[in-house]
Structures are given as C-alpha cells and as structure tokens.
Design a protein around this ligand. Structure first.
Ligand SMILES: C[S@@+](CC[C@H](N)C(=O)[O-])C[C@H]1O[C@@H](n2cnc3c(N)ncnc32)[C@H](O)[C@@H]1O
Length: 290
C-alpha cells in the first residue's frame, strides 16, 4: 500500500488534469480501478486535508499510466486491466472488447422473457469476450445452464477467470469456436440465444477513434462490408440450435434493426421486436423461433 495525504492527492489531481479538464471522468476512473479510491471518497477528502489515504499504487505509477492514456489514447480499462459492468468488476485485456454500457440492458431483456425462474433453461452467449453477458446470467440463477462461445481462445480463458472470481458453480460452460459450431450437441435444445456480435460496417470501422481502433480487437467490432456478415450467419444457423419457441436476441448497429428483423423473418422467426437502448436507438432485435 502507498500512503498519501488528502492534500497531496488533491493537488496531484489538479496538477494532472491541468489543461485536460475534459478528461476528469477518465482520471477518476483510473484512480478507482488502479488505486482503489472511488470518486465519492475523493470528493469527501476536501474537508479532511490531513487524512492519510492508502492507495494500491503510487502517484508516480498513476502518472505513468495517465501519460499512456493521453499520448497513446489507450483506454483506462486496458491500462488498469479492469472495468465495471453492471454489478461486476471484470478483468479485461486487449484480447477482448471493453463491455459497453448499452449492452447492460441485454440482461433485463432476457430476465423479462423468463416468466418462471424455477425452470431449467439453456441460454447461450455467442461471442462472449470478457464473459460479461454470460457471467451475469449464470450468476442470476444456478438452474440456468449458460453456454458461451468465442473464436478467440484468450477471450475464453479470460471469461473463465472472470467467472471463477464470482462463483464456484459449474453452470457456465465456455467453448472456443465460431458462433454455434461448438454447440452441436445442444442442437434443438437452446431456450434463449444472445449475441452482441461484431456489427460495425468496415468503412465505419475505419473511421473509429484511435482509442478503439488501435487498442480494441478488430475481430470484436468489424462486421464486414455492410456490418451484417456475422449477424447473417448467426440468424441462418439459429433454427438448428434453438428449441421451438426459443428466442434469439441480437445487439445491432444503430441503423441495422429493420434489416435484422427482415433476416429473422426470412429464417422462420416470428414475434419480432426492436427494442431501444437508453439513447432511444433501436439497438436490440429479438425474435422467436416458432
Ligand atoms: C462485440 S464483441 C462482444 C463481446 C461481449 N459479448 C460484450 O458484449 O462485451 C464480439 C465478440 O465476438 C467474438 N467473435 C468474433 N468472430 C467470432 C466468431 N466467428 N465466432 C465466435 N465469436 C466471434 C469476438 O472475439 C468478440 O469477443
């Protein structure tokens, strides 16, 4: 542990932000994730200048990380190898996407589909990355068997580590492979399938910020020419794997929902609904395989 006084820390924050006021949230996130000091704790220090604070890392170490953030545009979550997502603190690294806040809503959508929590269900998370969606659902109910896949072996390893931090249960199974392919033995048995696949059209991907393009895995974001390359494949194969009356829930790009709906309709889905995210964008498309 590294001891600093409140005064020292507050001065360091002031000095570090200097002309970077627009990055205040990022600096607080760095302090939280790396040093273990929350924003509310820092706010309360103004009244106690002599208070001694124990930090997990030194101010010099934080300064080094801050320079990497400013100069290389490396996201704070990668600099600290961690992120918050819903009520979880997950380890992340550059093999996985930093799970986004809009994706958090997927958990509520799924919970709303399930009327009886005493039923045993098989739920899949295709392209699990850090495991955010799969872990959240596996922790919700031990009667739900969650099967998660990813093409990236290092993501599978990380998702497994993230799950073990929260649970000793064995209701999350992780598989390395392309979309449904590792789930052959579950064909026709899956109640709910979820995916937040790579859906960004190539030309849009090329124009993304450096903090995304230079640091987050392209494989997690690039959805091919029209962004629908993976979504098409997932929908086409879904009827083989879903149980009759099973659901498929996909996250999509802001302007793709109608196209995703058409793809679902053309592949035997009904009861299709487009759900808006917190910004009012049709971000999720859900359909039932009847
Ligand atoms: C947008 S990220 C979503 C990650 C995580 N589910 C989330 O919401 O934060 C897409 C994920 O799909 C994975 N992926 C890409 N191509 C895949 C494929 N052919 N089969 C399985 N997973 C794939 C990527 O490695 C990445 O982890």
């Amino acid at each position: 542990m590294f001891e600093v006084s409140s005064e020292e820390l507050l001065l360091w924050i002031q000095y570090t932000l200097n002309s970077e006021e627009e990055n205040r949230d990022s600096l607080y996130l760095l302090l939280d994730l790396l040093a273990g000091i929350s924003r509310s704790e820092i706010n309360s220090l103004r009244l106690k200048p002599q208070k001694v604070i124990n930090m997990r890392v030194s101010l010099d170490y934080l300064s080094g990380k801050w320079i990497e953030f400013i100069q290389n545009k490396k996201p704070i979550q990668y600099l600290s190898n961690s992120c918050y997502w819903r009520d979880l603190k997950l380890e992340v690294n550059n093999n996985v996407l930093i799970p986004r806040v809009e994706t958090e809503q997927i958990i509520e959508i799924v919970l709303n589909l399930i009327s009886d929590s005493t039923n045993e269900l098989i739920i899949t998370d295709l392209g699990t990355g850090s495991g955010a969606i799969a872990i959240s659902l596996a922790l919700k109910n031990s009667l739900w068997k969650v099967l998660a896949t990813d093409i990236e072996q290092k993501a599978i390893k990380l998702a497994s580590k993230n799950f073990k931090k929260y649970s000793n249960a064995n209701n999350l199974k992780l598989f390395c492979g392309s979309w449904w392919q590792p789930l052959k033995k579950y064909a026709g048995k899956i109640n709910i399938a979820i995916s937040n696949p790579p859906y960004i059209p190539l030309e849009v991907y090329k124009s993304l910020s450096i903090s995304v393009k230079n640091h987050e895995p392209q494989r997690a974001l690039n959805g091919g020419d029209d962004g629908l390359l993976h979504i098409r494949e997932i929908i086409k194969e879904a009827p083989r794997y879903l149980k009759r009356d099973g659901w498929l829930l996909l996250e999509n790009h802001f302007d793709q929902a109608q196209k995703v709906k058409t793809l679902m309709l053309n592949n035997g889905f009904q009861c299709i609904d487009i759900l808006k995210d917190m910004y009012g964008i049709g971000r999720f498309t859900i359909g039932r395989y009847i």
